[in-house]
Design a protein. Sequence first.
Length: 116
Amino acid sequence: VQLQASGGGLVQPGGSLRLSCAASRSIFSINIMGWYRQAPGKQRELVATIVSGGSTNYADSVKGRFTISRDNAKNTVYLQMNSLKPEDTAVYYCNYADYYGLHDYWGQGTLVTVSS
């Protein structure tokens, strides 16, 4: 499974961006797609995940500002990011995993920079 992420860029504080990540195929009937991020000098952290059935999970730091969604027919996951803050600056990675997290795949990452 190959994941192709897109949509990163430079945005001013308070602005919005939408990330997309397309998987080349889906090999797990029940799966979780998600977004993680890694800021300079920090560990990679979970941003949001969505199960193939639609259940979602968010990091506390992005609740109310970010929305994760997916199109199962296109094997694509989206991350709508609103009210962006400088601390959201990071490389954002998409992930595709089986429901139990035993097998997963990572995209190449897309850089989001929030700065005035």
